[in-house]
Design a protein around this ligand. Structure first.
Ligand SMILES: [Zn+2]
Length: 476
């Protein structure tokens, strides 16, 4: 039997790790800072990939693959980029038993190698836009790691697009942000705020970065996806020009955008409970488990026959498991499937066979229902939609109840510690105030929301006039 999962109220971080290890989502690897994603965790990643990949392709993007190695000279071509990434890069200096002439960076992100290729591929306005996405692994040498949230190697997708104008690049940046928002809210059932990062939090080498930010159950923020307008910085660094329709040479405009296996961490911390994982139905590899219950041979035969009929009916439409293992008791199976986060459990005992019914138990703590057989598939269809919606609403309420407007800095210092949460506050725009607040409280500007109330105020820290509200929070 599984060990006890530490309750959230006792230690949120322990709870998170216990759930991942006991739920067999991931494990620590022999290489420090790297994790092994086990089949239960990888199944979630595959669901994420399938949904996102479809959304990218539906909006005209295509997949490609670029090398994991980046020549050092490429990394050094864009000053801000190398400054941002060099400290966390792994570098290969030997290969085939010999010192390499030029060290190779293991990609922390692929802008440089991709733009070196775009130089070859882009000549004229007719070659634009390029809308490429890559599913890949990247390496960032992290000192303090945490399963799924921060690991030295992680999986992600990185989109890299090339455009003729600033406006087109900006439109692309916003289109992708909207895809990320929709994916987070409608598939992961995680409500997100959308907006722009401050200068200090933006991507190294970008004009500006847009992001989606979510609140976890411990009221900390998690950046769940970013979309960058890179301007012409990489086109300048790699001399990528195109001939416009007037015959003039122009620098190309760029975007890049990504989400990673970090989203699995976000999914866990948004919905799960002290019994284990809670998965939104759209993210569950299996949506239903049927558990037959019997005490003797005669009951066993009747129950299994009935359960098999239900199973055959349901599997025409849903991902469903019939757990008819003989070596485990029903109670053990309940606990195990709860730990795995399967959305719906169907229990069938001898009494249910008599009454021609099944017992439906949703994973998120809603009351069980006794469903007399009629159109079971329709009932399941409805239950799945309702559960997906409930998880989103519960997360949205948590965020609403823990978001505060704040004007007084002393008050803010107290409240960010306890009870914590998201704080809407005016900010004058200076890096100094941002850094002082971070040093005092560990809170950072999570984003500058797109939608701003038209009210002028005073900077939370220095009291100067401010026309901009931002969201402060402690973050993962
Ligand atoms: Zn200020």
């Amino acid at each position: 039997m599984a060990e006890r999962i530490t309750p959230r109220s006792e230690d949120f971080n322990r709870w998170y790790t216990d759930l991942i290890i006991q739920g067999k989502l991931a494990d620590y690897s022999p290489v420090k800072g790297c994790m092994v994603i086990r089949p239960n965790g990888y199944a979630i990643w595959e669901k994420m990939q399938q949904s996102l990949d479809k959304m990218f392709k539906d909006t005209g993007h295509v997949n490609a693959y670029f090398p994991i190695f980046i020549p050092e000279s490429f990394m050094k071509k864009e000053a801000e980029h190398v400054e941002g990434f060099a400290p966390e890069c792994a570098i290969v200096t030997r290969g085939g038993g010999e010192e390499l002439e030029e060290p190779l960076y293991i990609r922390p992100t692929s802008e440089t190698i991709i733009w070196s290729m775009y130089k070859k591929w882009i000549m004229s306005y007719r070659d634009l836009p390029i809308l490429i996405n890559q599913w890949a692994n990247v390496v960032r040498w992290e000192l303090r790691t945490r399963l799924f949230l921060r690991t030295t190697e992680f999986l992600w997708q990185e989109g890299h697009t090339a455009h003729a104008t600033y406006e087109e690049a900006e439109e692309e940046t916003k289109l992708i942000l909207e895809i990320y928002r929709k994916f987070a809210e409608e598939y992961l059932a995680i409500p997100v705020l959308i907006g722009r990062k401050s200068e200090s939090e933006k991507f190294a080498g970008a004009l500006h970065t847009y992001c989606i930010e979510a609140m976890m159950q411990d009221k900390k923020a998690l950046q769940a996806g970013t979309s960058h307008n890179l301007g012409q910085n990489f086109a300048k660094a790699f001399d990528v020009k195109f001939q416009d329709n007037q015959g003039k040479q122009q620098l190309v405009w760029a975007t890049s955008w990504g989400v990673s296996t970090r989203l699995i961490g976000a999914l866990i911390m948004s919905h799960s409970d002290d019994r284990g994982l809670v998965l939104p139905p759209k993210m569950a590899a299996n949506q239903i488990v049927i558990i037959p219950i019997w005490r003797n041979e005669a009951e066993r035969n009747r129950v299994l026959e009935f359960a098999n009929t239900i199973y055959s009916d349901l599997k025409t439409e849903f991902k469903v498991v019939l757990d008819d293992r003989e070596q485990y008791k029903p109670g053990y199976k309940f606990t195990e499937w709860e730990l795995q986060g399967i959305p719906l459990r169907l229990e069938i005992g001898p009494k249910d066979v008599e009454k021609n019914q099944v017992v439906i138990v949703p994973r998120d703590g809603q009351d069980k229902t006794f469903f007399i057989l009629g159109d079971l598939r329709n009932k399941i269809r409805e239950d799945i939609v309702l559960m997906q919606r409930r998880l989103f609403e519960t997360a949205r309420k948590l965020r609403e109840q823990n978001t505060f407007d704040i004007t007084d800095y002393k008050q803010f210092q107290k409240q960010i510690e306890d009870p914590g949460g998201f704080f809407n506050a005016h900010w004058c725009g200076s890096l100094e105030c941002e850094e002082k607040i971070k040093a005092d409280t560990k809170a950072t500007i999570r984003l500058i929301p797109f939608e701003q109330a038209a009210d002028n105020g005073k900077c939370l820290y220095c009291g100067s006039n401010s026309a901009t509200r931002v969201v402060f929070a402690k973050a993962y």
